[in-house]
Design a binder for this molecule. Structure first.
Ligand code: MG
Length: 316
């Protein structure tokens, strides 16, 4: 016998069923967002879905929302103002309909080696990118590509250019940031011609030697440039991401939560400690990134990452 309470419970399950089947109505999208009010903050860098997200991006983002993700970080911006061929306003609508908030975007300026001659070209890129992203209300625009950094002097100039990008972003109401791979943990020397990978041998360290990442931090203005630490790539650069988070608590303001493939499976990443220190530092933005997954579709791998974090007692 169905009483009123059972009816209501079944009705809400049906609503949830509709959401899970990807048939999200506007009312259901609102309900999904309401359900997530007390949910864990779970971000996804959409690069993790590579080409699987396209061309059906609207449906794909709904799947992402149903997995428990609450925010996304874009990838694939080009100076025509599109994300992998999709107008940014449309992308935002797809995200809204999926109950996802776009909080960040990855994008690179069109040149790799920074000089006085191409500075204006770089600044023009960041101006256009800031204008485009301000329209969809992101918090961060983040550069994930390492510019040419072969010497202490080149790192210092990269810092100057990052400050320029940060100034432009700030004027548009956004925050400029930089995301690392492992190459930033190589070292450079004054007047160097190539980065030095790994610890230099011998007792005598070359004068003025410095890890590129430290040089980037030292040469950038904390009020203009934040750092999004990719914890996996820091480990691959033979560094402890937790030590960096502690040392630069006010500079590292977002994280890429990444492992060899699906989070937690390799056993080489101490995510519990990473989250503990992140919360102590009041970091608000975490983005899962999946690469190197070969056992299934990218959607399955991205869901595996969400499941790991949703079950993890140390993730708020
Ligand atoms: Mg990353």
């Amino acid at each position: 016998m169905t009483n009123r309470r059972d009816f209501l419970r079944n009705a809400s399950l049906l609503t949830l069923g509709g959401v899970l089947a990807g048939k999200t109505t506007k009312a259901e999208a609102v309900a999904t967002r309401a359900m997530k009010t007390n949910a864990k903050q779970l971000g996804l860098q959409i690069y993790s879905l590579g080409r699987e997200l396209y061309p059906e991006a609207a449906a794909g983002l709904k799947k992402v929302g149903q997995m428990g993700y609450t925010t996304i970080e874009l990838a694939g911006y080009s100076a025509d103002g599109k994300i992998n061929g999709i107008a940014m306003a449309d992308f935002k609508k797809y995200a809204d309909d999926a109950g996802l908030k776009i909080t960040s975007s990855h994008l690179n300026p069109p040149v790799n080696a920074y000089t006085k001659d191409n500075l204006q070209q770089i600044k023009d890129f960041w101006k256009k990118a800031t204008d485009d992203h301000a329209k969809i209300g992101v918090k961060y625009i983040i550069q994930p590509g390492q510019p040419s950094t072969r010497s202490v002097e080149e790192v210092a100039y990269v810092g100057e250019v990052f400050n320029e990008a940060g100034t432009i972003a700030k004027a548009g109401g956004l925050i400029f940031g930089y995301h690392n791979h492992s190459g930033e943990f190589a070292r450079v020397v004054p007047g160097g011609t190539e980065p030095i990978v790994g610890r230099p041998r011998g007792r005598e360290q070359p004068a003025g030697i410095e890890i590129i990442y430290d040089g980037m931090l030292r040469n950038t203005d904390p009020s203009l440039v934040i750092y999004e630490l990719d914890v996996y790539w820091a480990v691959m650069g033979q560094q402890d991401p937790v030590a960096y988070m502690k040392k630069y608590a006010d500079r590292i303001r977002a994280l890429h939560i990444k492992d060899v493939a699906v989070l937690g499976e390799s056993g080489m990443m101490n995510f519990q400690k990473i989250y503990e220190v992140a919360y102590a530092n009041n970091i608000q933005d975490f983005f899962v990134e999946l690469e190197g997954y070969r056992d299934g579709t990218q959607f399955e791998g991205v869901k595996g990452c969400a499941d790991y974090l949703l079950k993890a007692p140390f993730v708020k």
